[in-house]
Ligand binder design. Sequence first.
Ligand code: C2O
Length: 515
Amino acid sequence: MKQIEATKVKRLCKTHNTITVNGMFPGPTWEIKNGDPLEVLVVNQARYNVTIHWHGVRQMRTGWADGPEFVTQCPIRPGGSYSYRFTVQGQEGTLWWHAHSSWLRATVYGALIIRPRDGESYPFPKPKRETSILLGEWWDANPIDVMREATRTGAAPNVSDAYTINGQPGDLYKCSTKETTIVPIDSGETNLLRVINAALNQPLFFKVANHMLTVVGADASYTKPFTTSVLMLGPGQTTDVLIQGDQPPSRYYMAARAYESAQNAPFDNTTSTAILEYKSASCTAKKCDAATPVMPSLPAYNDTNTVTAFSQRFRSRQKVQVPTDIDENLFFTVGLGLNKCPPNFHKSRCQGPNGTRFAASMNNVSFVLPRNFSLLQAHQQGIPGPVPGTKLYKLKYGSRVQIVIQDTSIVTPENHPTHLHGFNFYIIAEGFGNFNPKTDTWKFNLVDPPMRNTVAVAVNGWAVIRFVADNPGVWLMHCHLDVHLNWGLAMAFLVQNGVGKSQTIKPPPPDLPIC
Ligand code: C2O
């Protein structure tokens, strides 16, 4: 059971009334096995509406449990509850869960670890230890208020006041040294780090001083192992890496800092740290005579070359069946823009540049969520839509879909971590400039492209993804920078039922919250 409630949390010298799960920040880790059914009762004791999304879980025919508010369910009201029931099948590695309502996910999130079935093993030697590394952002304010203020004024919201590793800003921030996260390792040992970018609005670099990282999985899908000194994760993405205790026993910093591709966009340029500590080191976290840990040197905040080289190394572990004979060939633009302020708006509500409001769009439509029903419910019950901005794109059951996602931002070109609910997709190509169907198709990797649920579409760049629409329901696709989601960078697919029970969404659960 998960209880959503306000808890006192102290960070950066100040105590806040923070919305948490079971009083924990970050929230509890769920450890399951491939094929396990899950039932999670969420009880809302907070004063905000809430929903929980199981980020990356395929949710086969159980779309009612996916979680985005007003898409697959109405929110769980204060005092209400809802049981999420679904099965995790055919996915192994690291996913996570988070609130999918306003900016609550700033503090309502946690890891979802999926291990192989009994009798099966990892496709790499079993590590001695495993540690989840959740990267996040912390505001010295109530994140919901930060968001509300931005919505009211039409301006960009305040940037966060710290990055965090497992909820802690770490050594380099005020009042944070004692609580710095310690990650254990021992000489000759391997630790599997499950790195999750749970930050609201910030792609992040991650690096460990003096240690190389071997990537073995991403978004709960195994990859061909490759070794790198630095990771970059867009919000929503996960990366599993092996780290070897092959350095002199001591303490080494792990550090996370912004990758900011946008020109002139404000961001937090501070560094969050945790400490990789050798058990055999002569000192411990509390009492250490040794000098301060070694600090890794992170790439420059705008080092797009490093990011591109890194993302191009991802390959599925095995040859895969990439869908061919595409039925739906889609071209989606993702972008940031500025909207003229409506004439009836007061100046104070239009504090974007030159009296505008920020807007974001997919295919030039800024997505607006309904308020009195969920899209899935509306579809199942035949409630006539659409509300402007909530048009659904219909897909026939089983259709093979290709989407070219093209960044077309006119204000600040920015990296858009684009996340699709309910599916994994293959990223068959990525590039810069405008996608050219005549000359770019030769770049398609149809042999071993990586399978993911979130693709970091590069600034002024594009990505091509493919998937089979084999999961009936309503599925959100959106930018995982929450500020862009608020500005409307989203759309939803309606995947129709196929023939027979196995191709039809299950009936809604009896306790599904209605509006
Ligand atoms: Cu991780 Cu729609 O979200």
